[in-house]
Write a protein that binds this ligand. Structure first.
Ligand code: IPD
Length: 259
């Protein structure tokens, strides 16, 4: 499944790179005027869906652009065909195709492929994770005051207000914050120690499924609120020694609203 995800992610990445060489326009918006989608988001999902169906006809598929099929095999693919759409629109290179394979609800393989960066993160459950084939171990920072922390913002006004409120409590306690614009790559960056930790509220499964496995397999603690697994409410990926301190700052907030 990892090999298949890798092949399909490369094919979709090539399609997006070719498309990016022409004019890219925001076709329409989704949950709010800031939540853009381009024709290429949709073309990428169509390509990924058709390749996965050809290769594994009984599998399910959940995709950001509307695919939602439980399948019959117990395997479900979770796909963000273009994570970082706003970066893509502005020709900033931080965007990726994210593909995860879930077996009976557990993610077992994940690929986050960022062709404009020349970076591909891969992970298989129990088998470690890698960046361009090089095995990963997350940051060894133990003190939040020395931590560079990545996060992101959702698209609705309400969610953004809540996220900025949280940020006012996080910023004074960390080395600095990065907002790079693609959740799957933020998780990869945390796995690679390019940032020390990452958190975001209000993500969707396609944003975090592959990247969370990459981070977990790099030795990070990846979890949600109050010992629960990650969910759309909260994803934290941090070195074990940082996790609780970051969690405790974030745990006092009301649940994230949903797009
Ligand atoms: C978004 C990006 C962004 C994150 C948002 C996501 P999209 O995904 O991952 O970094 O902050 O929460 O929705 O819309 O570019 O696929």
């Amino acid at each position: 499944m990892l090999a298949l995800a890798l092949d399909v992610a490369h094919e979709a990445g090539d399609l997006l790179l070719r498309g990016r060489s022409g004019d890219v326009v925001a076709e329409t918006t989704k949950t709010s005027p800031t939540d853009v989608v381009t024709a290429l988001d949709r073309a990428s999902e169509e390509l990924v869906a058709s390749r996965l169906r050809e290769a594994r006809p009984g599998d399910g598929l959940l995709g950001e652009e509307g695919a939602d099929d439980p399948g019959t095999s117990g395997v479900r693919w979770i796909v963000d065909p273009l994570d970082g759409t706003v970066n893509f629109l502005y020709n900033l290179p931080n965007w990726a195709v994210s593909i995860a394979a879930e077996v009976d609800g557990q993610v077992v393989a994940g690929v986050v492929h960022a062709p404009a960066l020349g970076v591909t993160y891969t992970a298989a459950l129990g088998d470690g994770s890698a960046r361009n084939g090089v095995p990963l171990a997350g940051s060894a920072v133990t003190d939040l005051a020395h931590a560079l922390v990545a996060t992101g913002f959702g698209y609705t006004v309400q969610r953004r207000i809540a996220q900025v409120t949280v940020l006012t409590r996080v910023v004074p306690q960390v080395r600095d914050i990065r907002r790079m614009g693609a959740a799957s790559l933020d998780l990869g960056a945390a796995a690679a120690g390019l940032v020390d930790a990452y958190y975001e509220r209000g993500l969707h499964p396609w944003d975090h499924a592959a990247g969370a496995l990459v981070a977990t397999e790099a030795g990070l603690r990846v979890g949600g609120l109050h010992g629960r697994p990650i969910s759309n409410d909260l994803v934290i990926a941090a070195p074990p020694a940082l996790f609780d301190a970051l969690h405790d700052i974030l745990a006092t907030d009301p649940p994230a609203d949903r797009d």
